[in-house]
Design a binder for this molecule. Structure first.
Ligand SMILES: [Zn+2]
Length: 88
């Protein structure tokens, strides 16, 4: 099945976890990405799964970190990469 680059929802979801875990070849990852850009349903799902994976990773990291760092890690996960502090 080399070449066309078009995959359907089932294929995309089949590969989603590997895609999010960076375990696909660049070609296969590109096919998944192209599908996610074209398909709102799969895109929404991938965002959800991605946030969930990030949360799991951050939580694992946070468990080994001192309390101050732990708060920062969790804040970055929920507020985004910039970790913009909430203004007070
Ligand atoms: Zn789809």
């Amino acid at each position: 099945m080399a070449g066309s680059g078009e995959i359907d929802c089932r294929e995309a979801l089949d590969r989603l976890y590997e895609y999010l875990d960076d375990e696909l070849t660049p070609e296969r990852a590109a096919e998944v990405r192209a599908h996610l850009e074209a398909c709102a349903d799969c895109f929404a799902l991938s965002n959800f799964e991605n946030a969930y994976l990030r949360f799991l990773r951050a939580r694992a990291e946070a468990q080994q970190a001192p309390p101050n760092l732990r708060k920062r890690i969790l804040r970055e996960v929920f507020l985004g990469e910039d970790g913009q502090p909430e203004g007070v």
